[in-house]
Design a binder for this molecule. Structure first.
Ligand code: PHE
Length: 346
């Protein structure tokens, strides 16, 4: 029986077959169990001979079962591991990667274009003080120009704050970066400041959060001519066309004097507006002007010594014009189909 059982154990091809052999030998009705039961009926002499034999048989079979079980389990594990092995040398699936958002792309382009003109990039906080966003820009408390900005005010006041810190707003334009830069750096200054801005406004061409880029030059002997040349050079590089035509319209901003709104000419090609030339009409692209002496003074500089120009431009609008998009709200929906349509996702 010993040889027979050990052979059956060694030959068991899988765990369930091995279990059948175990039940057959050691189960309630198993052959070894039955043998053990016979011991009780034996004479003491017989039992002395048979007892150790049967017990050693049970031990041998139990050991063989455990060894075979371990071997079968190891084999099963090996098989699973090799079936689940990853081939790290296989090429990766390249679909579904993200790409740079059109607004971020335009911001990068702006930084590059202006870097070539000697401008550094400056930044400021989006949660801004009322003083930096309005007062220092010559828009005092009662100024009607405040009504031009549908401002988000933050609840509560800064404890112990003075005029410059006490009331906070989500910045309504990037112009407060002008103030922070003039307070921080000695002129000559040449910076652009791209970033998020906020106004309580929403339709096809306005979103509560939008993007602007500010430009600021402070130096000696700066004129409106420098402003116009800078904007022309920038827009030619941005729209990648030499036939960019600008029109400066007299306008009003409290922080510039004189102020000009800048339009760019367009033509109609295949029923679509294309920037360049001016046969089709004019499109407003930015606000600008010579920095107001009061603003220069608020930043602790002498307006008789230093002057300069500033401009502010909607980045989302620039992207719409460059890529022919028509609804500003789609910029911030994160709809992959829209991004794909304009070639911004693969
Ligand atoms: N801050 C103005 C706006 O948001 C734009 C501007 C900037 C105008 C700098 C003049 C100079 O409309």
């Amino acid at each position: 029986m010993r040889e027979h059982l050990l052979a059956a154990i060694a030959a068991a091809p899988a765990l369930d077959a091995l279990e059948t052999v175990r039940v057959d030998a050691l189960g309630k009705q198993g052959r070894i169990t039955q043998l053990l039961k016979t011991l009780g009926k034996m004479s003491p002499e017989e039992r002395q001979v048979e007892g150790p034999r049967i017990h050693s048989l049970r031990e041998a079979v139990t050991e063989a079962l455990a060894a075979r079980k371990a071997a079968l389990e190891q084999a099963a594990l090996d098989a699973r591991l090799s079936s689940e092995r990853l081939d790290m040398t296989l090429p990766v699936d390249t679909t579904g990667f993200g790409t740079v958002h059109p607004v971020s792309q335009v911001m990068d382009e702006l930084a590059e274009i202006f870097a070539d003109l000697g401008f550094a990039v400056a930044t400021g906080p989006e949660v801004e003080t009322d003083w930096h966003n309005f007062t220092a820009l010559n828009i005092p408390e009662t100024h009607p120009a405040r009504a031009m900005h549908d401002t988000f005010y933050l609840a509560g006041v800064e404890p112990g704050g003075d005029e410059r810190t006490v009331r906070r707003v989500l910045r309504t334009h990037t112009s407060p970066v002008q103030i922070r830069t003039m307070l921080d750096q000695k002129p000559p200054i040449r910076i652009i400041a791209p970033g998020r801005t906020y106004r309580s406004d929403s339709d096809a061409t306005h979103t509560p959060m939008f993007h602007q880029v500010e430009g600021l030059v402070i130096d000696k002997g700066i004129t409106l001519g420098h402003l116009k040349w800078t904007l022309e050079t920038f827009l030619k590089a941005f729209f990648e066309r030499d036939d960019i035509v600008l029109r400066l319209r007299p306008s009003y901003f409290p922080f510039t004097e004189p102020s000009a709104e800048v339009d760019v000419g367009y033509t109609i090609e295949k029923g679509k507006r294309v920037i360049g030339g001016s046969g089709g009409g004019w499109m407003e692209v930015l606000g600008s002007g010579m920095v107001h002496p009061k603003v220069i003074e608020a930043c602790g500089l002498d307006p008789n010594e230093w002057q300069g120009f500033a401009f502010g431009c909607g980045i989302d609008r620039l992207a719409m014009l460059k890529y022919g998009m028509d609804d500003l709200r789609a910029f911030f929906d994160g709809d992959i189909r829209w991004l794909k349509h304009y070639g911004f996702a693969s």
